[in-house]
Design a protein around this ligand. Structure first.
Ligand SMILES: Nc1nc2c(ncn2[C@@H]2O[C@H](COP(=O)(O)OP(=O)(O)OP(=O)(O)O)[C@@H](O)[C@H]2O)c(=O)[nH]1
Ligand SMILES: [Mg+2]
Length: 263
């Protein structure tokens, strides 16, 4: 695919990063998928796209097939049914590894993550192992979200930072870029988190493994079309898992202090 003769496609991929695959998970995004794929192709012709569709009843997978048929930089991973965002990303990352990519990008299909900002994420990745698109660092912002949603997101991030002792301002965001060796090291096979928690899980694993993780400000816009998949169970999952991880990490620190401290 990316070894095509496209005039804009350098065989070595994005400068300082290499071959990049943008993974877009979809469930019922028929109204959005054409627009987002087109925007990515326009914004960064140097990257390829993989749509990871969970057999969307609204035909998103068929539309993605049409797009792939017309553009060799677009591919589709058809999955049998709705298994959650995390499972779709893990499958997409595996596909990237099998096809020799150097880096992957996570991007929602609903336009919340602007493809026009992708060059800034990839430029930062040239100097890092992973880049988190961040709504809550200076220069980052959220547009058009209801206050209730913003409160859940901000509160969740404050709780995550305190519970895990991670420095990131936005650990739940889903606009990111990872170099493949990071994903190899953090044992993706053992990740079972699904909703936002999937994002916290990966940030936490990258952080604990000592990778260079940087936050880059983004402008996040609420979805304009299609239905939300956000649910209370997604928030509950994130809360209890973060609590368990934070408690385990603190207990481990305590054990080290008691067992290995100075006499
Ligand atoms: N393949 C797959 N994609 C999913 C699944 N759940 C959500 N997605 C996709 O993941 C991305 C993020 O989901 P969203 O529904 O936008 O979640 P959100 O941004 O928290 O909430 P809203 O924007 O309010 O809908 C979108 O592209 C969804 O289509 C799933 O189970 N499987
Ligand atoms: Mg969304």
């Amino acid at each position: 695919m990316s070894d095509s003769a496209d005039a804009t496609q350098a065989p070595e991929g994005y400068p300082g990063v290499g071959r990049v695959l943008v993974v877009i998970p979809t469930y019922n995004e028929a109204d959005n998928i054409r627009i987002i794929v087109e925007r990515v192709r326009q914004a960064v012709p140097l990257v390829d796209i993989l749509v990871a569709d969970d057999n969307s009843p609204d035909g998103t997978g068929r539309i993605a097939d049409e797009l792939a048929g017309a553009d060799e930089h677009v591919r589709v991973l058809h999955r049998p049914g709705k298994q959650g965002l995390g499972a779709a990303y893990i499958a997409g990352f595996g596909w990237a590894r099998e096809h020799g990519y150097d880096a992957v990008v996570e991007m929602d299909a609903d336009g919340s993550h602007a493809p026009e900002e992708l060059p800034r994420l990839l430029d930062a990745l040239a100097e890092a192992d992973a880049v988190l698109g961040s709504r809550y660092v200076a220069g980052g912002t959220v547009v058009n979200w209801p206050t209730s949603r913003l409160l859940i997101s901000r509160g969740g991030n404050v709780y995550t930072r305190l519970a895990l002792g991670m420095p990131f301002r936005d650990a739940t965001g889903g606009y990111r870029a990872y170099r493949l060796p990071v994903l190899d090291k953090i044992e993706l096979d053992s990740v079972s988190s699904q909703g936002y928690c999937f994002q916290v899980d990966l940030a936490w694993r990258a952080f604990r493994n000592g990778f260079r993780v940087v936050e880059v400000p983004i402008t996040f816009a609420d979805r304009e079309r299609g239905a939300s998949k956000m649910s209370q169970s997604i928030v509950r999952e994130a809360f209890w898992r973060v609590t368990v991880w934070g408690t385990k990490a603190r207990l481990a620190t305590l054990r080290r202090m008691l067992g290995g401290g100075p006499r």
